[in-house]
Design a protein around this ligand. Structure first.
Ligand code: SAM
Length: 268
């Protein structure tokens, strides 16, 4: 019987942030191929006797797929472990295409993306009521081009929370595009390098200061840049932006509203 390939999200670093399912599959796998320096060795430490564990950073796409196909054709279970969530900048599509061509079954097991790990480290809600209800996950354009209409200066015009992957070394460009989009220099920006790793670094800054502060701290890679008004640390001490979800005058499926004494509620 033919085996199967699982694309598994390892989470951002902390080995406890992998899903129960991802952990179980790694423990059962015959071949474990894991990506780059952002997957902790601890995540792939518990494997069954005889399992092959290999880093994929030095391998070409064809070599990776060849290993997976061979193992699956022998009936093996393959754990292809990616950092964060495999669906975000995981380069899984090109692997999926070749697995389909080879007739190998596959499945994706999601993981905690670094965007959410960074938000957790910062204690931030990224969708703050009445401030922004939208998040944009993107990257600055560097050697890898972004499609027409997805330039940062266009996306930033929405005023939504921005999560910038793969952009730490392009911070000067990020700042100039945010300014072009009309963002003021005091707009909050937070940077988390190696979120949830023992050597994690957190920088709370602004559009005006973030580039020089990142350079001073030597943050050039492995960093999540979160920008926008939702990143204002003062929000954690303000009652201004409260959701309707727990508003006692706001009825919804699971709760009846109490009498609205000042007439502003939405019924009950
Ligand atoms: C190739 S992408 C992979 C993203 C991954 N699939 C995810 O969901 O987080 C690598 C980029 O993700 C971000 N990243 C991944 N892990 C991170 C972490 N632990 N802390 C901060 N940023 C991280 C950085 O922007 C890094 O340049």
């Amino acid at each position: 019987m033919q085996g199967k390939v699982y694309f598994i999200g390892a989470g951002p670093g902390d080995p406890e942030l992998i899903t129960v399912k991802g952990k179980r599959l790694i423990e059962q796998a015959d071949l474990i191929l894991y990506t780059d320096s952002l997957v902790s060795e601890e995540v792939v430490a518990n494997t069954k006797p005889g399992a092959v564990v290999e880093k994929s950073a030095g391998l070409a796409l064809e070599e990776i797929v060849e290993r997976m196909v061979q193992a699956a054709q022998k009936g093996g279970l393959v754990a292809r472990v990616h950092t964060g969530d495999p669906a975000v900048y995981g380069a899984i599509l090109e692997q999926i295409v070749q697995l389909n061509e080879a007739g190998i079954e596959w499945e994706i097991v999601p993981g905690v993306s670094s965007v959410f790990a960074a938000a957790a480290v910062l204690g931030a809600e990224l969708t703050v009521p009445e401030l922004t209800q939208t998040m944009i996950l993107t990257r600055a354009e560097g050697r890898t081009p972004v499609p027409e209409g997805e330039q940062l200066r266009d996306l930033a015009k929405h005023g939504a929370t921005l999560a910038l992957f793969l952009s730490a070394s392009l911070i000067d460009k990020v700042v100039s595009e945010l300014r072009e989009a009309g963002w003021s220099d005091d707009t909050p920006v937070a940077v988390v390098q190696k979120a949830t790793w023992p050597d994690q670094m957190v920088l709370r800054s602004t559009v005006g200061k973030v580039a020089s502060e990142m350079k001073r701290l030597g943050i050039r890679s492995h960093a999540m840049v979160l920008a926008g008004r939702a990143l204002d640390p003062k929000l954690q001490w303000s009652r201004e932006h409260q959701s309707k979800l727990y508003d006692k005058t706001f009825a919804h499926r699971y709760r009846r509203a109490v009498a609205d004494t000042d007439g502003k509620g939405e019924g009950g």
